[in-house]
Write a protein that binds this ligand. Structure first.
Ligand SMILES: Cc1cc2nc3c(=O)[nH]c(=O)nc-3n(C[C@H](O)[C@H](O)[C@H](O)COP(=O)(O)OP(=O)(O)OC[C@H]3O[C@@H](n4cnc5c(N)ncnc54)[C@H](O)[C@@H]3O)c2cc1C
Length: 551
């Protein structure tokens, strides 16, 4: 059926380009115009950091489409270097400036899709104009050109983009200092899960400054809040992004509490002729339905498709956002989905935390590495509230399975019955995901009691004793202060000595301690398994670990 409407899309990258392509596949008669301020469309912003190290050596590989290729395949009218200055909702027009020629014009629309993205935050400090950000191809070109003569770089911000920038700049041979105001890297992770990333950066020679900020930038240096001056031929700001809602706000479209454009599940804004998608809009947070910002490519693409569907008259709905994300930091990967413990505590939600440290694949098959996984579940109904994983291998698979389980509404014990692909090079017959289900079931049913690393101090003050059930050799290499060592295989011989006490039992990861704690419980002795064992304890923040390890 002929549809002669003119659809104009502001922003031609993740959300905008997805919407345009989907619209064309749904209707060959609409006029579809993309207005893009930068000189490029449909480029791979997620790939930008990897060009800094030449991991993606050819800059051209980042340009997924060009205006010409989009015209040829999809008959799209793509106008790069065309900036939309304002929207007139009543007249359904845009005021546009061609940045190449200076020509200004009015563009009419029947339907408008806004996908202007999010702008990197630049801190209001002396010399901030010397700092660089990484959002688009022009930013990348600027950075590459400045790096030609640089030897030292300060990256401000230890989030996803900061970590990727630090890694790739180090790989490019520069002296890199990463400055993060918080006391941990990668805030979406809980502190004990983020610790391995800090170690990995330091192991590769990145100077990590936690709990500090950059207060001024001079030629060749950056000043920290404690007065120290760090060499910095280049400073990169990666302290977060804010939704680019200016056009929408100026036009009078509804803006939400998180400063993003308000949309419904079909991506409709407060005006019936305007849709908005991507980083600029507020999403629905899956755990509690509250407004959230999830500046991630997957959801921008999904929303672009859904907005196109709605404009074309197809019923469709964008589901809530889980915030599933992943990052590589040298030899480690870290991923997350749903809420973390910090967020749950802030919201006053009850939860059970499960820490495990399984092998990514069968230990007897060469190359097995240890994963750290944390899953947070509702203590009553067992629903999965969030998960985090860190390790060299298999992180993406486990977080993606948990994210899928959450979306499908599976509860933690249901993970037991997920039949996952297994052969020794890939996993274990009892996959880490199944193990999480076993632990959850034991905990929820009351079969096993546990203690979190953050509770150890309080419990010992209440008179609980700490029991290390690892081998004497493992115990000698470091243990929780005051712990008694009885290896799990010798416990039956020592039951009488252990009677009359309450025990926090731990081993390396929690598995042997589970056996030991069950044995004690079977003999009427109170026991809690230290969740995640020594491996989790040793990664917990020193400040929170009021009991210090012996070495
Ligand atoms: C360095 C980097 C790495 C990233 N890595 C990942 C990753 O690994 N995984 C992940 O999920 N996400 C990643 N992201 C985030 C992801 O790229 C964004 O979530 C996604 O691109 C958002 O899509 P969008 O369409 O909302 O905005 P964008 O893709 O940013 O596109 C917005 C476009 O709108 C244009 N525009 C804005 N205002 C106007 C105007 N007035 N007139 C005309 N044009 C305008 C801008 O020039 C811009 O090109 C990364 C982002 C960056 C910058």
């Amino acid at each position: 059926m002929e549809d002669r409407r003119t659809v104009v899309i502001v922003g031609g990258v993740a959300g905008g380009a997805s919407a345009a392509a989907r619209l064309r596949r749904l209707s060959d008669s609409m006029d579809i115009i993309i207005l893009e301020r930068s000189g490029y469309v449909s480029f791979a912003n997620c790939g930008l950091p990897y060009h800094l190290s030449s991991t993606i050596a050819d800059r051209g590989d980042l340009l997924l489409q060009t205006p010409e290729s989009l015209r040829e395949r999809f008959r799209l009218d793509v106008r790069v270097r065309n900036e939309v200055k304002s929207i007139n909702l009543e007249e359904q027009t845009l005021f546009v400036k061609n940045l190449n020629t200076g020509h200004e014009y009015t563009q009419r629309y029947d339907a408008l899709i806004l996908s202007p993205g999010a702008a990197p935050i630049v801190p209001p400090i002396d010399g901030a104009q010397r700092g660089l950000v990484l959002r688009d191809i022009e930013d990348l070109d600027r950075m590459v050109s400045e790096l030609l003569t640089a030897r030292s770089v300060v990256v401000v911000g230890g989030g996803f983009i900061g970590l990727e920038a630090a890694e790739n700049l180090k790989e490019a041979g520069l002296d890199v200092t990463l400055v993060e105001l918080g006391d941990q890297l990668l805030a979406p992770l809980d502190p004990e899960m983020a610790k391995p990333l800090e170690r990995e950066l330091r192991r590769h020679g990145v100077n990590v400054e936690l709990g500090h900020s950059v207060t001024a930038i001079d030629q060749g240096s950056a000043r920290l809040d404690d007065g120290r001056v760090v060499a910095a031929d280049v400073v990169v700001f990666a302290i977060g992004v804010r939704p680019d809602g200016r056009l929408a706000a100026d036009a009078g479209l509804a803006i939400g509490p998180r400063a993003g454009i308000v949309v419904d599940a079909r991506q409709r804004t407060s005006d019936p002729h305007v849709w908005a998608v991507g980083d600029a809009v507020e999403k629905v947070d899956m755990p509690d339905g509250s407004p959230t910002l999830t500046p991630l490519a997957n959801i921008a693409n999904r929303q672009g498709r859904r907005a196109a569907d709605d404009i074309a008259g197809r019923a469709s709905k964008v589901l809530a956002s889980q915030g599933t994300a992943i990052v590589k930091v040298f030899g480690l990967n870290a991923a997350t989905t749903g809420w973390n413990e910090k967020r749950l505590r802030a919201a006053g939600r009850e939860f059970l935390a499960i820490h495990t440290h399984p092998n990514d694949h069968a230990a007897y098959y060469p190359g097995a590495t240890t994963l750290a996984i944390k899953m947070l579940i509702d203590p009553v109904d067992g629903s999965i509230l969030g998960a985090q994983a860190v390790g060299a291998d298999g992180v993406d698979k486990r977080i993606d399975v948990i994210a899928t389980a959450m979306r499908a509404g599976l509860n933690a014990p249901d993970l037991i019955d997920l039949e996952l692909a297994y052969a020794p090079p890939f996993g274990s017959a009892k996959d880490p995901i199944n193990q999480l289900g076993y632990i959850a079931e034991n905990r929820l049913s009351g079969l096993s009691d546990s203690a979190d690393w953050s509770e150890v101090h309080e419990l010992t003050e209440q008179g609980w004793q700490v029991l290390d059930v690892r081998t004497m050799e493992e115990f000698a290499e470091g243990s929780i202060p005051g712990a008694t060592n009885v290896p799990v295989d010798e416990m039956r011989a020592h039951l009488e000595e252990l009677r009359d006490q309450r025990w926090i039992v731990y081993c390396m990861v929690g598995q042997r301690a589970h056996v030991a704690a069950r044995l004690l419980q079977e003999h009427g002795i109170k026991a809690k398994n230290l969740d995640g064992g020594w491996s989790t304890w040793i990664s917990a923040p020193l400040s929170a670990r009021t009991l210090q390890p012996t070495r």
